[in-house]
Design a binder for this molecule. Structure first.
Ligand code: ADP
Ligand code: MG
Length: 889
């Protein structure tokens, strides 16, 4: 909203206050609390009412300057706020910070929280299996370099990193999948920023928040961070005073503090460097192409995650996702995980016990974060208490039954929080309300004042009965009654016949026909107490609740550490369970460039087509044979085979067992895949350019330890361009990179490369022809495919017989004339100059003269003004002048 809009508001106290507050939240939708509603005004109202589909009205309706307005009830605001966040909006929540009527004039109001897509507002509304990341980016002096900090406020994580090239930043961002990126406001819209966004990829910058430059000041940040984490310097977190990442970390902390004003943020985990070394690099398109995770609008069972996810907790699901998108690149940690998984797989009682121990464990990370953000309710504390109750037996089980070092380490670092558990279970009731508004959170028996208030509010009647009994005994009047009415409150009623026995300290209040009504000091006190007890009880419970939050907050860091260990345990449990369910085996991890898979399967497809129908295939990469060129008709199974090899390699690097009879996997530093344009029409991009862009990136970033999967590239351009490019790209991979590569192609011409390079081998996916029909065997064998069977596949697809017949005729003619292409192929094979091939191509592509004439004639026809007779005559002419088919081409 623009400042000038505010200046036009009426000069009343309310609008003056509104303007002052709104000035600090120009980039957010301001939720201005008025009684039971949050009201939005001006442009905020117009925008929010459109997104939320609520009525837009106006304040000062019918006057000269009506102010657009819409509102949402405060008790259902969460839902509306979540929807605005989903639409990528920021929301500033402004509360009344004093009781209405406490002072003269207008009630004080303040922004208590600013929420944005990258900030947790209501972590219950977040996808439990996904992190909600905010990235705070600080570009450096040198273009393309800088630092960032990635935070998930809903779990407290805080990691920083530098990047030395846009590619590196792109790799990182594609793994992080941030909901929001904050940058210094002076940077936004500068040429270098626009350049960075363009090179990294605009898709990563859909929600950019400009933040004040001074948030990034490292000196101030250093002091803030030292104070918050109570340390003298940040060396312990891997952050020196001059660290290039310090501005980004400082700004992250500042942004969280400025937006989450109510929280004490004790749940923030001290910042740590986001390690880049030690991980196998994957980029976004590879993750997508390998179908690692479910995609919107797609059957989740098509994703690998779906079949591996046997986690029992939300933390575990997030962890599993992380392990899959960040596989390891070093043998030792991979083997440590593998050992743990193997041990659980081999020991059914351990596996079952861990599963049972984890079931029902709620999302500790988000629970603790809610405590730190002061958005936790009574049921959140109860959930913590329930988690703590489960930990001791899980620890005992691991202690007794595991020997794998990683499991033993988990066992010792999972704490059981018995004191905190006792604290909570002593205090909390069993049935809890969602909030503290009406009390009923705490049980009796541990706090005297509370006991009294509980007794008064719940056992008021019993207290009265006791008092009545006591009074009867002391006065000797058996008909004495304590009664209550709305006008007089509580009183003691004594019938006229007993008046003589009334003690002197009874104060007469009222006389009726048959009786008199009295008060005592005790009864008066009781009345005061009981009437205000409810209020007092609610206030006391609120205070005790805040105390409990503080108590839990003190343990935040310990709880979060345990949460991380539980998450890892759950992810390992999931791998082990999946391995049992699907019959996976442990791969051998080796240091050389091997990739030998015996009877490998595709982890998702084998489930979709059925294990008995899925054909297992092997692969044999060795030091000598590193690049495989796969030919075979469409639908034969080329893409499936390549993905399966890449997935088995990837899974092996996560520590998981793999869908194969056995596997020997040499460590890989990057898996990169590229799918030809036609296979990815779904993305709707200008495909050829994107395809070449990605190939360029892959060629630049890969090393001899990388694994490349290249599926039908070159389709987005003319046949000869495509073939030439595919040829040159494959040569570059083989000659310069020398890495492991799988290359599926429909250019059969490429198969001759096997003769040129000893490291290149042809593979084909076998089909059989039975009675003129192709049958897909999905079996990968050595050697090139005998033909492409394109026409047979088209026939299977139901193309009309005349079209099929004609296609066969044309094919025959073309094949007879292919000798020139074969010659060109030979030349390209033996000459190293890249351009030879282009030079040879036009000779074949030249269009015969009569076709040129035909085209000219066709273009000359004005179809709209051409009679049927003229058309027929033209056809006849053409037919007569056409050379015989045999001489075509
Ligand atoms: P291509 O890339 O050669 O066109 P795909 O790999 O896309 O072929 O496979 C096409 C279809 O064939 C798959 O969707 C699957 O249904 C089936 N298929 C592929 N490989 C196998 C296999 N090994 N076992 C059983 N069915 C397979
Ligand atoms: Mg394919």
């Amino acid at each position: 909203m623009h400042l000038s809009v505010l200046e036009k508001l009426p000069a009343t106290p309310m609008w003056t206050q509104y303007s002052a507050i709104k000035r600090d939240a120009l980039d957010a939708l301001l939720f201005y609390r008025m009684g039971d509603f949050y009201e939005l005004f001006l442009d905020d109202a117009v925008e929010a009412s459109a997104i939320l589909g609520i009525t837009l009205t106006a304040r000062h309706k019918g006057e000269d300057n009506p102010v657009p307005m819409c509102g949402v009830p405060f008790h259902s605001a969460t839902n509306y706020i979540n929807r605005l966040l989903q639409a990528g909006k920021r929301v500033a929540i402004c509360e009344q910070t004093e009781e209405a009527g406490a002072t003269k004039g207008i009630v004080k109001r303040e922004i208590v929280r600013v929420v944005s897509p990258g900030m947790a507002y209501d972590s219950d509304a977040l996808d439990a299996g996904l992190n909600n990341y905010l990235v705070v980016l600080k570009p450096g002096e040198i273009p393309g370099q800088g630092a960032y900090c990635v935070a998930d406020v809903s779990t407290g994580s805080l990691e920083f990193s530098v990047y030395v090239s846009p590619e590196q930043l792109r790799d990182d961002l594609s793994l992080i999948q941030a909901r929001e990126i904050a940058v210094p406001s002076s940077v936004v819209d500068t040429t270098s920023w626009n350049e960075l966004v363009k090179t990294v990829g605009p898709e990563f910058f859909s929600c950019v928040t400009p933040s004040p430059d001074f948030y990034f000041a490292p000196k101030q940040g250093f002091q803030d961070l030292c104070r918050h984490f109570d340390v003298l310097n940040l060396e312990g977190f891997g952050l020196s005073e001059g660290d290039p990442a310090l501005p980004a970390v400082s700004a992250t902390y500042r942004i969280i503090r400025e937006t989450q004003k109510q929280g004490d943020l004790r749940h923030l985990i001290p910042p740590s460097p986001r390690p880049r070394e030690g991980f196998l690099q994957l980029d976004e398109s590879t993750i997508e192409h390998l179908d690692l995770f479910p995609k919107p609008g797609q059957n989740p069972a098509e994703s690998v995650f779906h079949h591996l996810n046997r986690t029992r907790t939300a933390m575990g699901a997030r962890k599993l996702r992380e392990l899959l998108s960040r596989p390891l690149s070093m043998a030792a940690p991979i083997l440590a995980r593998q050992k743990a998984i193997l041990e659980m797989k081999a020991n059914p009682s351990l596996l079952r016990g861990v599963g049972e121990g984890l079931s029902g464990i709620r999302d500790l990370e988000r629970l603790v974060a809610k405590v730190g953000l002061r958005s936790a309710g009574p049921r959140d504390l109860q959930a913590l208490q329930e988690v703590f109750a489960r930990l001791p037996s899980l620890k005992t089980l691991l202690g007794n039954e595991s020997s794998a070092p990683l499991l033993r380490k988990l066992e010792s670092s999972i704490e059981s929080f018995s004191e905190l558990h006792a604290y909570l279970s002593q205090r909390l009731r069993e049935e809890l309300p969602a909030n503290t508004r009406e009390g009923n959170v705490f049980r009796g028996g541990w706090n005297k004042e509370l006991d009294e208030l509980i007794a008064l509010t719940e056992d008021g009647r019993a207290v009265l009965e006791k008092m009545e009994e006591r009074e009867r005994a002391s006065t000797g009047i058996n008909s004495l009654k304590i009664k209550y009415n709305r006008v007089f409150g509580y009183y003691i009623e004594i019938t006229n016949s007993n008046l003589a026995n009334v003690p002197t300290h009874y104060v007469r209040k009222q006389t009726t026909a048959n009786s008199e009504r009295f008060l005592t000091d005790e009864l008066k006190k009781f009345e005061e107490k009981i009437l205000s007890a409810q209020d007092k009880r609610v206030a006391l419970e609120e205070a005790l609740f805040q105390e409990a939050l503080l108590r839990v907050g003190q343990e935040s860091q310990h709880i979060l550490r345990t949460a991380r260990e539980l998450a890892l345990l759950d992810a390992l449990f999931s791998f082990a369970t999946a391995a049992v369910d699907h019959g996976y085996e442990a791969p051998e991890i080796v240091a050389d460039n091997a990739l030998e898979i015996l009877d490998g399967r595709h982890p998702a497809l084998e489930k979709l087509v059925g294990r008995d129908k899925f054909i297992a295939n092997s692969s044999h990469f060795t030091a000598k044979e590193r690049a495989f060129l796969i030919t075979g008709p469409n639908m034969a199974g080329k893409s499936t085979y390549m993905r399966q090899v890449a997935l088995i390699a990837l899974l092996a690097h996560t520590g998981s067992l793999v869908p194969a009879r056995s596997a020997r996997i040499g460590l890989v530093d990057r898996i990169a895949t590229r799918v030809g344009a036609s296979d990815r029409i779904g993305r709707g991009q200008s495909t050829f350019m994107v395809e070449m862009n990605e190939i360029a990136r892959i060629l630049r970033q890969s090393t001899s330890r990388s694994l490349l999967v290249i599926d039908e590239i070159g389709r987005g351009t003319s046949t000869f361009d495509g073939l030439a490019l595919a040829w040159a790209i494959l040569e570059d991979i083989v000659e310069r990179l020398g890495c492991r590569a799988l290359f599926a192609t429909h250019y059969h011409e490429l198969t001759v490369l096997e003769q040129k390079y000893s490291s290149v081998r042809n593979l084909s996916v076998v089909v059989e022809e039975r009675n003129g029909q192709v049958v897909f065997l999905h079996e990968v064998r050595r050697g090139k495919a005998p033909g492409s069977y394109g026409i047979e596949v088209a026939k299977l697809a139901g193309l009309p017989p005349p079209v099929i017949e004609r296609a066969k005729g044309v094919l025959e003619i073309m094949e007879k004339n292919s000798s020139k292409l074969q010659k060109a192929q030979k030349e390209a094979l033996h000459k190293d100059s890249q351009l030879t091939f282009f030079g040879a191509a036009p000779a074949v592509a030249k269009t015969p003269e009569h076709l040129i004439k035909l085209e000219e004639a066709l273009r000359a026809i004005d179809v709209e003004h051409c009679s049927p007779f003229d058309a027929l005559m033209t056809l006849k002419d053409w037919k007569e002048t056409l050379p015989s088919t045999k001489s075509l081409c």
